[in-house]
Design a binder for this molecule. Structure first.
Ligand code: CA
Length: 581
């Protein structure tokens, strides 16, 4: 983001709190004073490497602490209790094993049940989007245009202080957390006192990102260094011996003599580091590799998407693929976020493809946080909802970034969702899924048809928690005629009482289901009569229907025809309601 603030963009008055439990970590917050930054090698920003500092060690140290630290627990509970409890109840314990059990802890509402640490239960936090997030002292978190880095078992969130309600430089702040939920303010790590140049009245500092250099043992920060009217357009470089220490200014300059505005840093698994920034009056994106000590540019690797006006970049790596997420340049107003992928930082990078809705759910990309757990890695899209309605009212919106196949990113909005910090798993929750059985244990038994060539119409898209993806029956090759059906194993038996159909959410009506039948079975052989039959319209909103309770573990959804008489069908999401047996 740059240019001058223009209009207020946010229409939603969503209440958002960073709720959660994770009480195991509270105790260590309470006693942790100055930075434990020297311990262990930090995980690379944006990369999923460095997993050695994850999981077990984090649990172990957290578990030894007494969960009675009044200060942090109290403040966290005060801000997070109610919504956290609601979310916990919404999830229920159904089918998620340890996650379900810990859900009860979430449901208790951040009031320090005190068992999470000593029992070794998973740490599960609820991320609630839409309102201000507070630190453990009860103050509003001021860390916009964020960069995050994990050091040993602690995440550090570094970002711009916008409490002055101005785009001008006030400070770069640093917060620390062991669960990505309870954030302790450490200090302003760059201030107007850091250098005389920073004290200039027209100084603007944006998008600070930090990586760790394993050789020099220094934390190196790159940021967007500006002056009046954004005409300076430089990169600034700082370094520090500790992640939350006082950074010293190394240089500010134009890499390769090019303008440099919105930026990001990325440290790869092999220790090589990269800087990406908007250049040429934001028209181009310039990618550089860094010197061995990370404090200077080594060379410019490429100029990406010339003339496309991309800014707000973030980089991640997953399954051997690199991804860049960015926005276009519309000042503080939100716009369509896009992504590109490559198998090497050298490229070639794919054409930009849309991510999320047309306004990035009223956000602009700031960073992607890899949360590597014992089972998987969740990548969190960390966005800024700027000017909501003014600059000091800007919010943080964190959403799980889904990877479809190896090369496609999918972003959906959730008012609230759960992150299992221990396992790295996430799940949708909160109001949108309240009362419905989690998809986590579901698997596909069969379908009569799925399109996998012309587009990703896999049947499993009907229960992947993403309204953006859908099961679409085949329309190339065999093109089977309706009826079409999908049979799903819920993974456990329930007394089922309701079903929800979510049609495809894009602007295409092809495949909308008209008449349907819905069956429940305990053995996927004997289905009996349909528990529900009916007809859907062409509205994009989900439809929920109820029926007389029937026990079963398998469900069968049959689309008898299509709203416009076509031969194929599409379903974005199927949900069922019921109680475990
Ligand atoms: Ca879906």
């Amino acid at each position: 983001m740059n240019k001058i603030a223009v209009s207020s963009l946010c229409s939603l008055g969503l209440a958002l709190l960073l709720a959660g439990c994770g009480q195991a970590t509270d105790s260590s917050h309470g006693s942790a004073g100055a930075g434990p930054a020297s311990a262990g090698a930090p995980s690379a920003g944006g990369s999923s490497s460095g997993g050695s500092s994850n999981g077990g060690s984090s649990n172990g140290s957290a578990g030894t602490g007494s969960p009675t630290s009044a200060g942090t627990s109290a403040s966290a509970g005060a801000s997070a209790g109610a919504p956290s409890g609601a979310a916990g109840a919404g999830r229920g314990g159904s089918g998620n094993g340890s996650a379900g059990a810990a859900g009860a802890t979430v449901g208790a509402g951040g009031s320090a049940p005190g068992t999470a640490g000593s029992s070794g239960a998973d740490v599960i936090v609820t991320i609630k989007n839409g309102d201000f997030w507070q630190d453990t002292a009860g103050n509003r978190i001021e860390a916009h245009g964020a960069g995050l880095i994990k050091v040993a078992d602690t995440w550090y969130w570094i970002g711009e202080d916008k409490s002055g309600n101005s785009g001008g430089f006030k400070a770069v702040n640093c917060y620390a957390s062991k669960d990505l939920s309870h954030w302790e303010f450490r200090r302003a790590i760059i201030t107007k006192q850091t250098s005389s140049e920073l004290a200039a009245s027209d100084r603007i500092i944006e998008r600070p990102k930090v990586i760790y250099n394993d050789t020099t043992k220094k934390f190196v920060m790159w940021l967007h260094w500006e002056g009046a009217n954004y005409a300076t357009a430089e990169a600034g470089v700082f370094s520090s011996d500790t992640v939350d220490g006082n950074y010293t200014q190394v240089r500010h300059f134009r890499p390769n003599d090019r303008m440099s505005r919105d930026d990001t840093l990325f440290k790869d698994d092999d220790g090589k580091a990269y800087f990406l920034s908007s250049s040429n009056e934001n028209q181009d994106s310039s990618l550089y590799d860094l010197s061995d000590d990370y404090t200077n540019m080594k060379s410019q690797i490429s100029t990406l998407w010339p003339g496309a006006y991309r800014e707000a970049p973030a980089i991640m790596k997953a399954k051997g693929h690199y991804f860049i997420v960015n926005s276009t340049a519309t000042g503080w107003d939100p716009n369509q976020q896009k992504f590109s992928t490559a198998t090497s930082m050298q490229g070639p990078w794919s054409a930009l493809a849309n991510l999320g809705d047309a306004t990035g759910f009223d956000t602009q990309t700031a960073f992607i946080i890899p949360v590597q757990g014992t089972k998987t890695t969740t990548y969190i899209y960390a966005g800024d909802r700027w000017q909501d309605p003014d600059l000091k009212g800007s919010k943080y919106i964190w959403l799980p970034l889904k990877i479809s196949g190896d090369t496609k990113l999918v972003l959906d909005f959730y008012d609230s969702w759960q992150l299992n910090v221990t396992t790295g798993e996430w799940s949708a929750g909160g109001s949108s899924n309240s009362g419905f059985i989690p998809h986590a244990g579901w698997s596909l038994v069969s379908t009569d048809s799925q399109e996998t060539a012309a587009e990703d119409g896999h049947a499993t898209n009907a229960f992947d928690d993403s309204p953006s993806t859908f099961w679409h029956t085949q329309y190339q090759d065999a093109k089977p005629e309706p009826p079409h059906e999908i049979v799903i194993d819920l993974g456990a038996s329930y007394s089922l009482t309701g079903m929800r159909y979510t049609p495809r959410q894009d602007d295409n009506q092809n495949g909308m289901v008209k008449d349907y039948e819905f069956y429940v079975s305990s053995d996927k052989a004997n289905w009996g009569s349909a528990v529900k039959t009916g007809s859907f319209g062409t509205a994009k909103s989900p439809t929920t229907v109820t029926f007389t309770a029937k026990p079963g573990r398998f469900i069968r959804f049959v689309a008898l025809n299509e709203a416009n008489g076509k031969a194929f069908n599409a379903v974005a999401e199927l949900d069922v309601a019921g109680t475990p047996l």
